[in-house]
Design a protein around this ligand. Structure first.
Ligand SMILES: [Ca+2]
Ligand SMILES: [Ca+2]
Ligand SMILES: [Ca+2]
Length: 219
């Protein structure tokens, strides 16, 4: 952990303890208990930053490296700003279409990004990785997050559809999603752009807009 990052986290932790009593036992726990892990000192992803501090830093409490750039949150001065290190020189179109991509309207589940892919070929297709950017359309480049996503293990069977979710659940087809990112914190309109990579094929780009409104919360 570098010095500046350590200082930032220490200041946040000090403020949390001194101004809100988030970790104090007693009467203040009644309100804090409504926020479960975010206010209990729990460190869900064991990255050295309590969930409550991750909320203030804007990093994912369920991923030790929120933006997937190889630098752990505790050492990353820009934890939601990954460069796209993936590339492909292939011109061969990926035999895949995006049958559906959506944000926001997930009933009985935390709102999250999800997409349904359809393999247009007969051969099973492995997706290796993805690069996701989320841009606040009002703020432009000053309101942007970017994530490299390891999608290894994701296979779309020949002629079949596969839905994938970015919601931190530990199940097949589920991948990390920053619960403290722009999706949950910004009320401006957002644009999600996702590039998928599969070895031997040209990248596949898809995007979806979220209308301005309230920031998303769990249903
Ligand atoms: Ca943590
Ligand atoms: Ca984290
Ligand atoms: Ca990182």
């Amino acid at each position: 952990m570098n010095t500046r990052k350590t200082m930032t986290i220490l200041i946040i932790l000090t403020l949390m303890v001194s101004t809100t009593g988030l970790w104090a036992s007693g009467s203040k726990e009644t309100h804090a208990s409504q926020h479960s892990n975010a206010s209990s000192g729990v460190d869900s992803d064991q990255d050295g930053i309590p969930d409550a501090a991750e909320q203030l830093l804007g990093s994912n409490p369920y991923a030790a490296d929120t933006d997937g750039d190889g630098i752990a949150d505790a050492a990353d001065d820009a934890p939601v700003s990954a460069e796209n290190l993936f590339s492909s020189s292939s011109q061969i179109p990926m035999p895949l279409t995006v049958a559906d991509i959506r944000v926001e309207d997930n009933f009985k589940a935390d709102d999250h990004l999800e997409l349904t892919l359809k393999n247009t070929g007969s051969q099973d297709l492995s997706i290796d990785s993805g690069y996701l950017t989320i841009t606040d359309r009002k703020k432009g480049s000053t309101g942007k997050e970017s994530y490299m996503i390891d999608l290894s293990g994701l296979t779309v069977k020949g002629y079949r559809k596969q839905t994938i979710h970015f919601d931190n659940q530990a199940k097949s087809g589920h991948f990390p999603g920053n619960t403290n990112g722009l999706y949950r914190t910004a009320a401006d309109g957002l644009t999600f752009s996702l590039t998928l990579y599969s070895e031997g094929f040209a990248p596949l780009l898809t995007s979806v807009d979220k209308a301005p409104g309230t920031a998303e919360v769990a249903d």
